[in-house]
Design a protein around this ligand. Structure first.
Ligand SMILES: *Cc1c(COP(=O)(O)O)cnc(C)c1O
Length: 461
């Protein structure tokens, strides 16, 4: 089929939307390592996990054999309000770059929360509701996850308690107000509402908080209140499962036009959007049916895949969560204060970590000034104001397209445009004012984080 026949936007009909999530773990020979009980170092049982998470989500978390998990009709109906999301052929960007490469992006910013996170938020809220719970607790850093969860909970009539990293709570008042508008109870973290929070405040008065600490507070709030469970917006295997909707829609749309991507690129924080985008493609790769180059892009200031170690580590600062085997910088790692581009979690999804470890995907880092330059170029050329997180993928896609210009190769590049950046204008301001700087942690900086990784037999790194 000639290039001319491919529209700017490839939409699917509602009846072409996936009716199940694809569980990539089913096709992995080396399964991701199980979550461990931090006390006994034994695999977490379903029963133990059910103290913290909803039962059906525990089932999904532990399921590494079923390929297809049906999406309940209620969730599919909610998806229809903002999905299928468009797959865009970046004709304008290709022209501007004067590249023979064909560039596509899957745009997940077409909903009020502004990102892909709503795909998992509605699933998690739905299962909490099904279980007859009163509400859910969670943490949010930049605020996208908290916003998505607030929307999902409002829709289903669930109570939603969000612990928001204090510096974001103060820097992003509009995010906070969106959440409150959707009915969420938003608390700056560390707070005096939890044991962990009070301890943190006593030890580090004036701290502006961290994602790891907010997680500990949210978990504590869930396990100490009747009728509540904790939900998490990334990292967990269940979240990657829900996000597979991105890749499934994408694959259906590409297949319609007989398009096969050569390179698939996504930004990687905890790994959920990338894991979701690549799922069906990775499945083909794992089964030996097709080959794709798959690239995870992370900030040079928070390089968990590229410079982290592959080991069991704590998922949170308070060390209340199960241990996960992943590429990690250590749970005490906090990116430098001038880091503005999101993707600041210290670890990476166990699924992606295992796939990366086994050589099924690549990882690279980019510095934030280059990321914001790519974001600005993209906004001016393609019109969408991208989230800084998404712009990591934009930067890598542009660089790959420019390589094609040099070699004359007509590669097809697909990347995930995970969201919009309207609430990140302070970061854009710093870039526009020429005040943004790059900071790459030294090996000595990283060592401090590695020193906090738990040591026990079998966890050598
Ligand atoms: C949260 C977020 C990310 C990073 O999270 P992952 O779990 O790695 O996908 C990327 N882009 C946007 C817009 C986000 O909100």
């Amino acid at each position: 089929m000639s290039t001319k026949e491919i529209p700017y936007k490839i939409y699917l009909n509602e009846n072409e939307m996936p009716e199940y999530w694809y569980n990539v773990r089913a096709d992995m020979k080396n399964k991701p390592a199980p979550l461990l009980n931090p006390g006994t170092h034994k695999p977490m049982t379903a029963e133990e996990l059910e103290g913290v998470f909803c039962s059906e989500l525990v089932k999904q978390e532990l399921d590494d054999t079923n390929r297809r998990i049906p999406i309940p009709k209620e969730i599919r109906d909610f998806y229809k309000m903002y999905r299928p999301s468009p797959l865009v052929r970046a004709y304008c960007l290709e022209k501007k770059l004067d590249t023979p490469a064909k560039i596509y992006y899957k745009f997940e910013g077409n909903n009020t929360s502004g990102s892909h996170k709503l795909n998992s938020a509605i699933a998690q809220a739905y299962y909490a509701k099904e279980q007859g719970l009163k509400g859910v607790t969670t943490e949010t850093g930049a605020g996208q996850w908290g916003t998505a969860l607030s929307m999902a909970c409002a829709y289903l009539g669930l109570d939603c308690k969000v612990f928001m990293v204090k510096c974001s709570y103060e820097q992003k008042p509009f995010r906070r107000e969106v959440m409150r508008t959707y009915g969420a109870d938003v608390t700056p973290s560390p707070s005096d509402k939890t044991e962990v929070g009070r301890k943190m405040l006593a030890e580090f008065p004036g701290t502006t908080g961290s994602l790891g600490c907010a997680i500990s507070e949210a978990v504590e709030a869930a396990v100490t209140q009747k009728g509540y469970r904790y939900v998490l917006g990334s990292v967990l295997s269940q979240v990657l499962l829900h996000q597979s909707i991105i890749g499934m829609e994408c694959k259906t749309a590409l297949d319609k036009y007989g398009i096969k991507p050569d390179i698939i690129i996504g930004c990687a924080g905890g790994g959920s959007n990338l894991g979701g985008l690549i799922s069906p493609f990775m499945g083909e790769k794992l089964r030996g049916e097709q080959d794709y180059r798959i690239i995870a892009v992370e900030p040079a200031s928070c390089p968990s895949l590229t410079r982290g170690v592959f080991a069991y580590d704590f998922c949170d600062t308070g060390k209340v969560c199960p241990l996960a085997k992943m590429y990690t910088l250590g749970s005490s790692f906090i990116p430098s204060a001038n880091h503005a581009g999101g993707l600041r979690y210290h670890g990476m999804s166990s699924v992606l970590s295992q796939l990366y470890h086994d050589g099924y995907m690549e990882a690279m880092t980019v510095e934030q000034t280059a990321v914001f330059k790519a974001a600005e170029d993209f906004a001016r050329i393609e019109g969408i104001l991208p989230a800084p997180e998404s712009s990591h993928a934009i930067k890598a896609a542009i660089d790959e397209a420019l390589k094609c210009k040099e070699t004359g190769e007509e590669k097809t590049i697909l990347f995930g445009l995970t969201g919009t950046g309207y609430f990140d204008m302070l970061a854009y301001q710093s870039f526009n004012d020429g005040k943004m700087a790059d900071y790459i942690p030294s090996d000595a900086d990283l060592k401090k984080g590695f020193d906090g990784i738990p040591k026990f037999p079998g966890n050598e790194f």
